[in-house]
Design a protein around this ligand. Sequence first.
Ligand code: COI
Length: 356
Amino acid sequence: MLQIKFEQREQLKQKPGQSQLGFGRYFTDYMFSMDYTEEQGWHDAKITPYQNIEMSPASQSIHYGQSVFEGLKAYRIDDGIQLFRPDQNFKRLNQSLARLEMPQIDEAVALEGLKELVKLEQDWVPSEPGQSLYIRPVVFATEPFLGVRPANQYKFLIILSPVGAYYGDGQLLPTKIYVEDEYVRAVRGGVGFAKVAGNYAASLLAQSKAAKLGYDQVLWLDGVEQKYVEEVGSMNIFFVYGNKLVTPALNGSILPGITRKSILELAQSLGYEVEERKIAIEEVFNAAKNGEITEIFGSGTAVVVSPVGEIKYKDEVAVINDFKTGDVTNKLYEIYTSIQNGKVEDTFGWTVKITD
Ligand code: COI
């Protein structure tokens, strides 16, 4: 049993109104933390008031980017609160940590800390459709040292944020995607599969470029030939060919999304054919224009299932399903979120109830 120290806040915060949540703007009253040193390993597990942290200006994460994170959600159900596949997140966290030569975290310990924190903060879990408590575990180097080598001091934090839709206008409204053919997100042998902070930093220039052209997100192509579709950055991508779902196969440079994996399982159980393979952007464009691709959607913890209404590649634009959310996307969104919200039975064993 993990010993978690507890430091009480003097005054609880005023909670935001549910209609004004947006994504990632508000943070709850408390956070979980642990520290790592070579001598002690991970130690000093505690729940403290959510507050600024002190770090040396020479902390290695600031200079050399040893920083990895996760994203998962807690949902309000009729008789309590539940998490969705948290074991998968902590497993992936360790894979990301390994890639950046950072120390592993005991997954059971991380889960226990998370459960305690969410239990304490259960009043912050919103209840409107499409809303949840977003959970952000993050690990970063704190050792003050300017030499380039793995740090020997780290911090692990879990912070919580009540959220609504990730994209400004609400869930299930089609987005516009710009196919990036100049910059790349990840290369073979790189860190594309890991949830490292630097991957997101590297995406921002292209994201701004797309935004200036009126597009919401960037669709990344492979870093070698710039020919094959990879992911969107905040989500994995699915192409619907009638009754068949096609998504890029995991190749080391694509994030192994937990929503991606769950949607593949769910779709199969509903009788859809699913295919994970290399998909050329030329194929996508031709199939989108001749109607073979009937829908496109993205998947991710933050975005859930998010329809794509338009893609732009070089000078061409393809509008998908008349810029409407398609039936397959709708159905998957409905069933997936109903499992998360406890409205339909979870026959997959994905949900973990955390309240007593
Ligand atoms: C998530 O879906 O949880 C992510 O981490 C994507 C993004 C918000 C960075």
